[in-house]
Design a binder for this molecule. Structure first.
Ligand SMILES: [Zn+2]
Length: 150
């Protein structure tokens, strides 16, 4: 566990904040969730805050898909349908977030929402959509690399 936390530079990959220096309040997370065939192997483990682990639940992240590819793990689910679900949720948020704004801002926000295909922490999704609505930043999902504690 000390090794894990050092690899992560003491950051929680889910929220990006620092982890406490005692194991209390943290939880070991399977990046590819166990429910979808993620093995209990070091490369599939990360240390999160307990609340972050609960928030992540069984969500499939970009990192999980990359790991599954790299290690030949078949994610036992309909990924296409999952992605559609993520885009739907993001689109709902985009509409809500742009209620007070013009049609152009909404179009940009919806375009950003359509680009999301895997789950990112909610606050990150919201930031991407807000940035798109304001016209700053590219109309793309956050790169999965930004999620990783490197
Ligand atoms: Zn966290």
């Amino acid at each position: 566990m000390t090794e894990l936390v050092e690899l992560q530079h003491w950051r929680c990959p889910w929220c990006g904040d620092y982890l406490p220096d005692s194991p209390r309040g943290t939880a070991i997370d399977h990046i590819i969730p166990r429910a979808y065939g993620g093995p209990h192997r070091r490369w599939n483990l990360q240390l999160l805050h307990q609340e972050c682990n609960s928030a992540k639940g069984k969500k499939i992240t970009a990192e999980a898909l990359e790991l599954a590819d790299a290690h030949g793990v078949t994610i036992a689910m309909d990924v296409g349908q999952y992605r559609a679900g993520v885009r739907r949720r993001a689109a709902i948020y985009a509409v809500r977030a742009t209620r007070q704004l013009g049609g152009e801002a909404r179009a940009r926000a919806l375009a950003a929402a359509r680009n999301l295909t895997v789950f990112f922490p909610e606050t990150r999704v919201h930031a991407v959509i807000r940035a798109a609505a304001e016209g700053s930043g590219p109309l793309t999902a956050p790169a999965s690399e930004q999620m990783l504690p490197r």
